[in-house]
Design a binder for this molecule. Structure first.
Ligand code: HAM
Length: 428
């Protein structure tokens, strides 16, 4: 019988990698906190129509990437492919809709897309995102972008570029859509069947296509920037002006529409040079003023972004661990077990990380094991120590060892561990 293995496109987060992921995520929440964004969590599963109605039923996500199933109550349920629709639903459904606006929210968690797995692309991945809900001022768009930029900067992720665009609104986008259809329709034979369907159902989705023949057709086509109405143009200018104040460099990318239907006006992505092709986006976002209306609630404007934590973590340098080193407490012989367990408890009471080793092995084997666990200090208690009321305290970095009276051990060992933070950030 073959062994059971994890599903394709999913990952086990082993301790060192998970610690790094948590560091990347924690620094996002900290930067968001400095901008006044408070953390929110929504369910991992949602009614399917939450996504079909907002992300859009002609998008790649909804047409072929959702984990959708019928639950035992006969209801269509989907594992969330993204966080925005759910955060907006939570805002509109609960007491936050009465809170002072804008309501600034941050979130992290797993998302699910049945994508073709590859480098930087998973079926279960993690996002960190923020949403600022209830205000239409373009300076708020610049705020979420500055937050994203500041986070990557704090993490030490260099080599990034910010692509910015406006995709217009309900007034000017239909004119652009018409011009796009007029340009592509006479050249439709050059498109594959999927893109021909997009042309018929939702032509703006053509701009998501990675097809080379289509890209050649689009290269000579109209640009959304040529069709923006005056309010949309003015809004884009205000976003650009505020970005300049924040000191965030950007370039306007006229074909950036993003793969979700809920955007109006501002769209943006932050790219990294080392990530290839379609996987080069570390994060993306934009304004979505009509989204709540699509879900059946009164319309409220909003703007936000979400980042792929795996992608950001792969580029962020490891954080140094400033915490105290690990302590191994070992008894040598059965009589010393209670004393060893008591000392371990006293050390943990001081917030220290302690590994006990009370098995029958020799002192030498236990010291070897302590080193294997990357401990900084070992405390050994055997019959001699019990008689003398001491503990043998060994600094595993220098190899020096001295007897310490049991009563003084928590203070002295704690000081030694504090002076020797884990070399490689490991620990158990
Ligand atoms: P999105 O562009 O679909 O936007 O996803 C945001 C980020 O999630 C991407 O830039 C990428 O880093 C990461 N990502 C997406 N799919 C995968 C995958 N299969 N594997 C690994 N990482 C992935 C949204 O989700 C919107 N909700 C963003 C937003 C928030 N817009 C406004 N507010």
């Amino acid at each position: 019988m073959p062994a059971v293995q994890r599903l394709r496109g999913t990952a086990d987060w082993l301790p060192d990698a998970l610690r790094h992921l948590r560091h990347v995520e924690g620094s996002g929440l900290a930067v968001a906190g400095a901008f006044g964004y408070r953390e929110i969590a929504t369910p991992v599963m949602e009614p399917t129509e939450l996504f079909t109605r907002s992300v859009g039923d002609t998008t790649d996500i909804v047409t072929h990437q959702m984990y959708t199933f019928t639950d035992l109550g006969g209801r269509s349920v989907t594992l969330r492919p993204e966080g925005t629709a759910a955060v907006l639903r939570a805002f509109a459904e609960g007491e936050l809709r009465q809170a002072s606006r804008p309501v600034r929210l941050a979130y992290t968690g797993p998302m699910f897309r049945h994508d073709r797995p590859g480098r930087g692309r998973y079926r279960q991945f993690h996002q960190f995102g923020v949403e600022a809900i209830g205000e239409a001022e373009p300076e708020l768009d610049a705020e979420v972008i500055a937050l994203a930029w500041g986070w990557l900067d704090r993490l030490g992720v260099g080599g990034t570029t910010l692509a910015l665009n406006s995709i217009g609104d309900a007034i000017c986008r239909p004119r652009y859509r018409e011009a796009l259809v007029a340009h592509v329709t006479p050249r439709r034979d050059q498109l594959g069947p999927l893109d021909q369907a997009r042309l018929a159902r939702n032509p703006l989705r053509l701009l998501d296509s990675k097809d080379e023949a289509l890209e050649a057709v689009l290269a000579t086509g109209p640009l959304v920037s040529e069709f923006l109405c005056e309010p949309c143009r003015a809004a884009l200018e205000r976003v650009e002006a505020a970005l300049a104040v924040y000191g965030v460099p950007y370039h306007v990318e006229p074909r950036l529409v993003r793969g979700l239907d809920y955007y109006v006006r501002t769209t943006f992505e932050i790219w990294h040079t080392s990530l290839q092709g379609a996987q080069n986006a570390l994060l993306g976002g934009g304004r979505y003023d009509g989204l709540l209306g699509m879900l059946g609630y009164p319309d409220v404007p909003g703007v936000g972004f979400a980042a792929g934590l795996e992608r950001v973590a792969s580029l962020a340098p490891a954080a140094s661990d400033a915490g105290p080193g690990t302590i191994a407490v070992a008894s040598i012989g059965g009589a010393a077990v209670p004393a060893a367990l008591r000392l371990a408890g006293a050390l943990r009471g001081r917030g220290l990380r302690v590994l006990t080793d009370v098995g029958p092995r020799s002192a030498k084997a236990k010291l070897r094991s302590a080193t294997g666990h990357r401990a900084a200090v070992a405390c050994l208690i055997g019959d001699d120590e019990l008689r003398a009321g001491t503990v043998a305290v060994r600094d595993l970095r220098s190899g020096t060892q001295e007897p310490v009276p049991l009563g003084e051990a928590p203070t002295r060992v704690g000081a030694l561990a504090a002076a020797a933070s884990p070399l490689d950030g490991g620990g158990p």
